[in-house]
Ligand binder design. Structure first.
Ligand SMILES: C[S@@+](CC[C@H](N)C(=O)[O-])C[C@H]1O[C@@H](n2cnc3c(N)ncnc32)[C@H](O)[C@@H]1O
Length: 230
């Protein structure tokens, strides 16, 4: 028999997935469409790397930002996204009024900038910035602690079988001030990832906000440990 939780999971997941549509006309340029915050967002995916497609975790985070816009108000907030990939989450945060810096590895930035410009120009209060951020690399130089002032750090599906998990943790630590809230969507694939969650918990107070068992996805909120969670 189906539990209440299974039912909610299926309902919400089908609602989240329904935000994605494929263009009906055959065009020469290929893109995928997404509907969030009253906008039709067109995302071009590149086929050559991990970050070049939109992952379900990104949809979960976009949906969360849209449906919790009161409690997690993005208007005029300073937001950084790490591992932004195609940029969908950054675009949604911008459409919600945030001041966004979208970051990823250098090879992703061309496509990321393209998607962001195309979907935010003339639609957003603050034009998003696109910047290189390779986890753990030159953080002091490119993101000096003295000028970091992020209200939110957004991360969707950044933990998987890659060799930079420690660097990823260092990056969260570097960017996160006492007043920063991390919204992190995690897709569980392997045992290794549970270890990352344990390491993460050494530095941050982690709270599970929602869980989508059918996708193996959890949405977490985290704040720096020294701070009393609100
Ligand atoms: C699974 S994809 C998720 C992309 C996007 N957030 C989404 O959910 O659709 C992981 C992202 O992390 C980025 N990434 C992987 N290793 C990285 C590193 N060492 N430094 C910075 N970004 C990295 C990838 O380029 C990719 O965009």
């Amino acid at each position: 028999s189906e539990t209440r939780e299974d039912y909610d999971d299926k309902q919400v997941v089908s609602e989240i997935m329904a935000r994605c549509f494929i263009p009906t006309r055959i065009t020469t340029s290929s893109w995928e469409g997404f509907r969030f915050v009253g906008h039709e967002i067109r995302i071009t995916e590149a086929m050559d790397c991990y970050g070049a497609v939109v992952w379900p975790s990104a949809l979960v985070l976009c949906y969360f930002l849209e449906t919790n816009a009161k409690q997690y108000n993005m208007v005029d907030k300073n937001v950084i996204e790490i591992g932004a990939g195609t940029g969908l989450v950054s675009i949604v945060a911008s459409l919600l009024g945030a001041h966004v810096t979208a970051t990823d590895l250098p090879e992703l930035l061309g496509n990321l900038q393209y998607n962001i410009s195309r979907n935010t120009k003339t639609k957003c209060k603050h034009l998003p910035q696109v910047k290189e951020l390779s986890w753990g690399v030159a953080l002091d130089k490119n993101f000096p602690k003295s000028s970091n002032n992020f209200d939110y750090i957004l991360a969707a599906d950044v933990v998987y079988a890659h060799p930079f998990l420690e660097e990823l943790l260092v990056t969260f630590d570097h960017l996160c001030k006492e007043t920063t809230t991390i919204l992190w969507v995690m897709r569980f694939r392997l045992e290794k990832e549970n270890k990352f969650v344990d390491r993460f918990k050494e530095l941050f107070d982690l709270e599970e906000i929602s869980s989508f068992p059918s996708l193996n996805i959890k949405l977490y909120k985290a704040v720096r440990k020294s701070r009393r969670s609100a």
